[in-house]
Structure formats: C-alpha cells, structure tokens
Design a protein. Structure first.
Length: 51
C-alpha cells in the first residue's frame, strides 16, 4: 500500500474504557493497534500520500 520496507510489526489490543452515562454504564469499543517499525532510511509522509 505505501511501498516501504518494514522491519517489524507489533500488535496491541486496547480494551475499551467503561464510561458512565445518564442511563448507567457503557463501554467504548475495543481497539487493535499495529505499531510498524520501518527499515533505516524509510519514512511515511501522510500529507503527500493523499490519505
């Protein structure tokens, strides 16, 4: 997709926070995040990629 060389990827599962509302308690959605480490000399420039 971005045409870069990837060195490693770590994935983290973030639990949704419990929030209080007028109707009681609710929970925000769980989120899965991927941390991507690029090889030396590689970079992502989101402003020029059009995303």
């Amino acid at each position: 997709l971005f045409k870069v060389d990837v060195e490693s990827v770590q994935v983290a599962n973030i639990k949704g926070k419990v929030k209080r509302t007028a109707r009681g308690t609710g929970r925000r959605n769980h989120v899965k995040k991927a941390y991507v480490c690029l090889k030396a000399g590689q970079e992502l420039n989101f402003a020029q990629e059009g995303i």
